[in-house]
Design a protein. Structure first.
Length: 134
């Protein structure tokens, strides 16, 4: 099944921190789903099924949780991209490669990036390098 980090159940003000806590601990459903997505890339039919499931079971739910504003779907896609990308690299790259300081830097950056996506006001597209307040 395509089950990932239970993002919509996280409290908004702690979303980034809570999501990263699950990702760092290699949340088993997220790891399985990420591996399944990676395996689907090589076959067009399987890829179509995997991405349809990803849209229905993850992205659409996160977009609804975000309030369904004009950019909620794009923010949900970015949230999933960052989470799946992080999880994929954690599967492929041993966690200790960056050392403790590097791991903390990555986890902190990811938590802040995920939180920024959640905190964006309705109808304001994310612009890299610009601060947005709710």
């Amino acid at each position: 099944s395509l089950d990932m980090v239970p993002l919509p159940s996280a409290e908004r003000e702690h979303f980034g921190r809570d999501a990263m806590a699950l990702l760092i601990d290699s949340h088993p459903p997220t790891v399985r789903s990420t591996a399944m997505l990676a395996h689907s890339i090589g076959d067009p039919h399987t890829r179509e099924i995997a991405f349809r499931l990803l849209e229905e079971r993850v992205i659409a739910k996160v977009a609804d949780w975000l309030g369904g504003d004009a950019h909620a779907h794009a923010r949900a896609e970015l949230t999933v991209m960052l989470s799946v990308g992080y999880t994929t690299l954690r599967i492929l790259t041993p966690v200790g490669q960056a050392g403790p300081d590097g791991q903390e830097f990555v986890a902190d950056w990811m938590a802040k990036a995920l939180q920024m996506l959640i905190n964006l006001p309705a109808n304001v597209p994310p612009v890299p390098g610009e601060a947005h307040t709710a």
